[in-house]
Design a protein around this ligand. Structure first.
Ligand code: SF4
Ligand code: SF4
Length: 418
């Protein structure tokens, strides 16, 4: 059974932090709060102290450890490549082992581990949508009508799909002979909240003649449970997904969610060698589409008379793994898009899994910077490659009074294809 690393497994990496502070300027949590406990070296020092038994799990320690978006921006700038995001996640697991999970962590664990519960909740949310949510006047999202635990009253939410994406399709959608066979790892965001982006992906793959597999027994990648410190849940989900991946036949596994991509290519392989053969097959959808020559095919389509100005937000979990060019290549090739690059495209949007649940005010401050960059770019739309980022970007734009919309690149791609 695959196991997540324990905090003690990071001993050598913790020792590699030389306290240089190069990470400070790039930490969104520090940028919003200017507090040393928020920055990577402070967290690495606290993890070190916990391992040495020099610190108790008092309130301040727990607060500092909760104040991390696991965005990895620090590691990208670190001369010794210290993975603070992994050290913090391991520290949260250690906290959960000693103190038990938080109420929210327990809830996340229960819902994610039981796909049937998640389906039932999602369907109930979709069926009672009008009762539960009200539309924001400009229709760019929904708000809860009633107070609910862990969801701020002023947060913009996407609608919940009346029928989850995976239930709409057979397991195999045949393509053209000779073209690749691709397993679509949908992720929860597309399955329950943004099914149209999943439909857009199918349209793009059909355009290329690709055979698509949509296994019904795939489950959440487990990233929300990583953020919550719920080790058992992550390990159980990884085992279920491993069984599903072993059962099916395919050339590639595609994701349209940065978190799922990170789960399949970074988190799972760190849990055991049994994931290595699958890691090599995982591709972000835009990497796959570029490799299949889609930009060249898009270039043959007639250009729109009045293109829409679109900018791009880099999800942390793709930027950290060097996937920055391919989403832009597809966007720039779209006939209806006038692409503009924004300042700080690669900065975190402020969601950070459980971070925006526990620290919504700081999350909003981080999001406000991003919303300002979007507005300054002059774009009408901000496109990205992660359902979580889409939700957070729209929330940030709405708080700033902006009129822009956040969308998945796939939605724009589907509009362009015949
Ligand atoms: S992972 Fe992100 S939020 Fe956490 S310390 Fe590093 S830069 Fe800061
Ligand atoms: S985490 Fe890396 S960049 Fe930050 S203080 Fe330590 S060594 Fe320097």
């Amino acid at each position: 059974m695959a196991k997540l690393k324990k905090l003690e497994d990071f001993r050598a990496e913790i020792d590699q932090c030389v306290k240089c502070g190069a990470c400070r300027a790039h930490c969104p949590a520090f940028g919003a709060e200017k507090h040393e406990g928020r920055v990577a070296r402070g967290k690495v020092a606290l993890a070190d102290a916990l391992l040495k038994g020099d610190v108790d799990l008092e309130e301040k320690f727990l607060l500092d450890m909760s104040q991390c978006l696991l965005c990895g921006s620090c590691c990208a700038q670190c001369p010794n490549k210290v993975h603070t995001e992994e050290i913090v996640a391991a520290t949260r697991r250690e906290i959960a082992k000693r103190k038990g999970l938080s109420t929210f962590g327990k809830g996340v664990g229960t819902i994610l581990k039981h796909q049937g519960v998640m389906n039932t909740l999602a369907k109930a949310g979709g069926a009672f949508s009008k009762l539960l949510f009200k539309k924001i006047p400009d229709q760019s999202g929904l708000r809860l009508r009633f107070p609910a635990p862990f969801i701020a009253a002023d947060r913009t939410l996407p609608p919940i799909a009346a029928k989850p994406f995976r239930e709409r399709h057979p397991e195999v959608i045949p393509g053209v002979a000779g073209q690749p066979r691709v397993l679509f790892f949908t992720g929860c965001g597309i399955n329950y909240m943004y099914p149209d982006s999943g439909e857009a992906l199918l349209k793009a793959l059909k355009f290329l003649g690709v055979t698509v597999l949509i296994p019904q027994d795939q489950v959440c990648c487990g990233l929300p449970a990583v953020s919550a410190g719920a080790a058992d849940t992550v390990e159980s989900l990884a085992a279920d997904n491993l069984a599903m991946l072993r059962r099916c036949e395919y050339d590639y596994i595609v994701t349209a969610c940065a978190s799922c991509h990170s789960g399949l290519t970074q988190i799972y392989p760190g849990m055991g060698a049994e994931f290595d053969e699958f890691k090599a097959k995982v591709k972000d959808i835009f990497v796959f589409l570029v490799e299949q020559g889609l930009p060249e095919k898009l270039a043959e389509l007639p250009k729109a008379d009045q293109p829409i100005k679109v900018t791009y937000h880099d999800p942390c979990h793709l930027r950290n793994h060097g996937i920055t060019k391919e989403p832009r290549a597809i966007l720039k090739a779209l006939p209806q898009v006038d692409y503009v690059e924004m300042e700080n495209a690669a900065s975190c949007c402020g969601l950070g899994g459980t971070y925006s649940v526990y620290h919504y005010d700081t999350s909003k401050k981080i999001g406000a910077k991003k919303a300002a960059s979007i507005a300054d770019s002059g774009a009408d739309l901000v496109a990205t490659d992660c359902p979580g980022c889409i939700m957070q970007l729209q929330d940030s734009i709405n708080h700033g009074g902006g009129k822009q919309r956040s969308v998945h690149i796939l939605d724009l791609l589907a509009d362009a294809l015949p």
